[in-house]
Design a protein around this ligand. Structure first.
Ligand code: MG
Ligand code: MG
Length: 256
């Protein structure tokens, strides 16, 4: 069931979205060669608690692996696509890329956003991977209009990514968001037969999150039960925003 949000609820989601957005801006500045992914975790947690919010991912139960995610952030380096666990031992090096995904619960509503941060100088091809993935998110956001359909959103991502020679990681998808972190509908980054193509309506809020691989998009899960990595070791990028469908078109809730 898709829960549409009232204008007042969307204001609340804007507040949680802005908190996540501010955290990602701060973390982007903190990323340097020598930074550990645990440094990012600590900074994020401090900002979340300071704002009177709760981390959305820490303690989030994942039935598929019968475990709770242990941290406030997902930090995924290079071939790690999503759901990496922050660690004191994971030291970022020049040329790496780190995906930082943050979720918060503030005043009853969730915010969820992710970005991919270059560590120092990265290769031109990796830079292109990041740019194309970010652009595919922008194009998808543009489709978040009353009367459009989910396939307009998913198709915009897929066309741009595949048109530029990269591939969609299909095992993961975006989602509705609101009083729950994951709500209906699922928001895939590709279209295909047997997929639900719901009509978008004012009040819907979706977390759109293209996950894109430079090579083969198939992934496997590491022994920690959470971290998804590309099987061929190719780099992956991930960007995510929460977006509301309003009478005035798309409203980005997590961009600051
Ligand atoms: Mg996220
Ligand atoms: Mg999400």
């Amino acid at each position: 069931m898709i829960v549409r949000k009232s204008p007042m609820e969307i204001e609340k989601m804007h507040a949680s979205g802005q908190l996540v957005g501010r955290i990602l801006v701060a973390l982007r500045k903190a990323v340097k060669p020598g930074t550990t992914t645990m440094d990012l975790e600590e900074q994020a947690l401090e900002m979340i608690l300071e704002a009177g919010a709760k981390p959305a991912f820490k303690g989030y139960y994942v039935p598929a692996v019968k475990r709770k995610f242990p941290a406030a952030l997902c930090t995924s380096v290079n071939a790690e696509v999503v759901h990496g666990i922050p660690s004191r031992r994971r030291v970022l090096r020049e040329g790496d890329i780190v995906k930082v995904d943050c979720g918060v619960l503030l005043d009853g509503f969730y915010g969820d956003s992710a970005t991919t941060v270059p560590v120092g100088r990265i290769s031109p091809e990796t830079e292109r991977l990041l740019r194309v993935t970010r652009e595919s998110l922008d194009l998808a956001v543009e489709q978040m209009r009353d009367g459009h359909r989910l396939f307009d959103v998913s198709g915009a991502v897929q066309r741009h990514v595949e048109g530029n020679g990269f591939s969609i990681v299909k095992e993961f998808a975006g989602h509705g968001i609101g009083r729950h972190l994951h709500e209906d509908p699922e928001v895939p980054n590709h279209v295909g037969p047997h997929m639900r193509n719901v009509r978008l309506r004012v009040g819907m809020v979706l977390a759109i999150e293209p996950m894109v691989a430079a090579g083969d998009p198939r992934t496997k899960t590491l022994r920690d039960k959470f971290t998804a990595v590309t099987m061929d070791g190719s780099n992956a990028a991930h960007f995510e925003h929460c977006v509301a469908v309003t009478h005035n078109g798309p409203r980005l809730l997590t961009a600051v």
